[in-house]
Design a protein around this ligand. Sequence first.
Ligand SMILES: [Zn+2]
Length: 409
Amino acid sequence: MKYVLVIGDGMADDPVEALGGRTPLEAASKPFIDGLAAAGTLGRVRTCPAGTQPGSDVAILSIFGCDPRTCYTGRGPLEAADQGIALRPGDAAFRCNMITLSPPGPFRERLILSHSAGSIHGADSMELIRWLFEHPSFRPLAEAARVEIHPSPSFRHIAVCRDAAIQGGEFIPPHDHLGEPVGRHLPRGCRTAEQLGELMEKAAALLPDAPVNRRRAAEGKSVCSGIWFWAEGTAVELPDFRSRWGHGGGVVSAVPLCRGIARLMGLEAPVLDGVNGEWDTDYEAKVRAALEILCREDFAVLHLEGPDEATHNGQLREKVQAIQWLSSRVVEPVCRTMEERGEEYRMLILSDHKTLTSTRGHDGGPVPYILYDSRRDRRGSGLAYTEAAAAGCPLMEEGTGLLPALFGL
Ligand SMILES: [Zn+2]
């Protein structure tokens, strides 16, 4: 028996006027996963417990069987683990996003236009952040705040702050406040927050002059006009997956958070070329990697970030497309290959949390899931994979119940 978990990040949504009152899951043509829902079990699950901030960090910990209320220390350390960064007691890790702000003016009045500098990725993003941290006007400030930067080839860099004082601090995610002024959402509440806020202001003053930005502007590409620190957290420890569940395997994901959680649990988490965490990622490369893991091990996760990023970016058509491709270019080829290999399998498909087209932000309400067993030993739900169809199905109150369900425990 093989076990496959497919996470469509932020797929679930509320009805959208531009889709004629349908949700993206309802508007998407996805006959393959609708077929699995009809032949399998459809349900609803709460992946973000009450009192937690809805997001993939909390949701994916729950899905992986770890109660975020007890094991979550922040998102930054989970992503730092992906880069193999070891945190010492007293250290804090943060995400450092590349962002785009509205045209220059007083820093606090500028608006957050993009939480990802238009999904900047690759060498441009690495070069920009290195240029900034080496800049003679920036470097002394960063050193005084004891901030080290760990560049990554996307808009998601990691910053580690040695001997940080983050207690009482508030570090707000930029993707939840698009179109709003910087001043309302700057880090606050502790010494480290103030220092990081000063670095953000300095970065916004310097970045327009970066050679990479000048070149990008000339090419008509998005310009990175700022950085944003958030996702603070201290060192974290997660249980070993194999000893806890009796199954080993790996996680195929473009996003550091997901790979970091995997690595902290002793699962493999390959970094693939051409995989960008967006709606137009290399789906086939991800499927190949997951199928390769399933040759050696009995558990594989396919995490697709596309629907979530498309929603944050206000790209409704691309969100629907990403859902369609999750069905036709991810789930379908995986299932067909398992059948060709003569493998029995159980598959869990879900949206980790809702990402709402209306707010371009996350929502912690229950999400629909499909549990499918290739032996088809039970009567199927007869339902499609939509929020409305799942609304009439039982609600699993704790996301930590999902893996036991997948493993048939
Ligand atoms: Zn998101």
